[in-house]
Design a protein around this ligand. Structure first.
Ligand code: GDP
Ligand code: MG
Length: 440
């Protein structure tokens, strides 16, 4: 999928110390193919690639310490722009009730989302919605909506399953006017596939109820199928927004990008669970991260760049590469890391960090730092370079010399090993993220 393609491309450049224009070109070719394969509109792809290329060959990338990561940052920012735009506002009719039609395939989450949206309208906008049971085909559909209505303590309009959905919608709107319900949410029927009968009925409801919003509910797990579904519904009905459900599941959310590009319809909300409060406004930036499969790596990069002395970082990186990172360097880098804030917080931002062993030992306490300093200063030059030679006798000597204890010396040596592991991890972060993606 899109995410994997981009991931692969990123990986190629991520390890590079320097990026030249040819590298950027090669990368953009990959990005372009990946987006085209993902059914993204050709014009959108062209524009996207141009924007990213312009920025990627610019100073901000080529001159930076970590050009590969900078390119990823640019791609992410532009992905965000592509999905961005207006905030997830909901229409308000100046002649209430405001009518919202919920459409989509069977099982996408229409009924659930109808309840969630009603809940949100009341909680966030202080509205007084009515739910309308217009799915007369599935035996349990009416009951399901009524149950949600009870949970929410909201009116559910139903005329059973013998009256046509168009008639139900018509009478529901009249009733809402009477009862001063300012929003009418019509839960319509779905089918397993887009078909003419379904579209015909939805068009009839649309014509009669003149909705202010038509929200397509799509299951994010269905990936590229969701794009085709969105396209059909948009062509036939003219959508005003998309709700992407089941993002709490194992999906990368690549569909979001394509849906937005292909149908030019904003994604307004995302469903993040089965409960009635599990509906959130759509955040393009979070989705871009998700598509790239990056966790909060970018925040991490930004933090690191603003706090770590570039010269020093280069030095440390070089030492790590040549395997000459010593305990003296460790002491140095401790200071650097300390500037970045609590190490635990940083670790949380790394994809896969929670699965890494040994990181629990990395909590660094301010008081410990002076001990660490003393311990390292009590080591011989050789011990600092090759800590593996530090036998238990030497540990005793070091503890005594530094006025600490053997367990403290042990802990430090363990921390040093973990730190080395972590640094390896940070440079190999991409591989980790990729592995994680594959498992899913
Ligand atoms: P409909 O046929 O389109 O009306 O779909 P339903 O509303 O009946 O939902 C189908 C199933 O998906 C139900 O089991 C819902 O609980 C579940 N569902 C809906 N939205 C979400 C979501 O955002 N996350 C998760 N995990 N499940 C959801
Ligand atoms: Mg339903």
């Amino acid at each position: 999928g899109l995410a994997d393609r981009l991931q692969n491309t990123m990986q190629k450049i991520r390890g590079k110390g320097k990026v030249n224009e040819a590298d950027v070109k090669e990368m953009m070719r990959e990005v372009r193919l990946a987006l085209l394969e993902a059914d993204v509109n050709f014009k959108v792809v062209k524009e996207f690639v141009k924007k990213v290329s312009d920025r990627a060959v610019g100073q901000e990338v080529l001159k930076s310490l970590t050009p590969g990561q900078q390119v990823i940052k640019v791609v992410k920012e532009e992905l965000t722009n592509l999905m961005g735009g207006e905030e997830s506002k909901i229409a308000v009719s100046n002649r209430p009730p405001t009518v919202i039609m919920m459409v989509g395939l069977q099982g996408a989450g229409k009924t659930t989302t109808t309840g969630k949206l009603a809940n949100l309208l009341r909680k966030k906008y202080n509205r007084n919605p009515m739910l309308v049971a217009a799915d007369i085909y599935r035996p349990a559909a009416i009951k399901q909506l009524e149950t949600l209505g009870k949970q929410l303590n909201m009116p559910v309009f139903s005329l059973g399953d013998q009256v046509s959905p168009v008639e139900i919608a018509k009478q529901a709107i009249a009733k809402a006017k009477e009862d001063h319900n300012d929003y009418v949410l019509i839960d319509t029927a779905g089918r397993l596939h887009v078909d003419e009968a379904l579209m015909g009925e939805l068009k009839d409801i649309k014509e009669l109820s003149n909705p202010n919003e038509i929200f397509l509910v799509v299951d994010a797990m269905t990936g590229q199928d969701a794009v085709n579904v969105a396209q059909s519904f948009n062509e036939q009905l003219g959508l005003t927004g998309v709700v992407l459900t089941k993002l709490d599941g194992d999906t990368r959310g690549g569909a979001a990008l394509s849906i937005r590009s292909v149908t030019n319809t904003p994604i307004k909300f995302v469903g993040l669970g089965e409960k009635l409060d599990a509906l959130e406004s759509f955040h393009p930036e979070r989705m871009a991260s998700r598509i790239l499969g990056m966790g909060d790596v970018l925040t991490l990069i930004e933090k690191a760049q603003s706090n770590i002395d570039e010269e020093k970082a280069r030095e440390i990186e070089q030492k790590m590469k040549s395997n000459s990172f010593t305990l003296d360097d460790f002491l140095d880098s401790l200071g650097q890391v300390r500037n970045m804030g609590p190490l635990e917080d940083l670790l949380k931002m790394m994809p896969g960090a929670n699965k890494m062993k040994g990181l629990n030992n990395l909590q660094i306490d301010e008081k410990q730092i002076s001990h660490v300093e003393a311990i390292i200063q009590s080591m011989t030059k050789e011990e600092k370079i090759h800590p593996e030679i530090i036998t238990s006798n030497r540990r005793k000597r070091i503890a005594k010399g530094s006025g600490t204890s053997v367990p403290e010396v042990n802990r430090l040596l363990k921390q040093f090993e973990d730190m080395k592991k972590m640094m390896k991890q940070m440079s190999g972060m991409q591989q980790k993220a990729k592995k994680k993606g594959k498992k899913k």
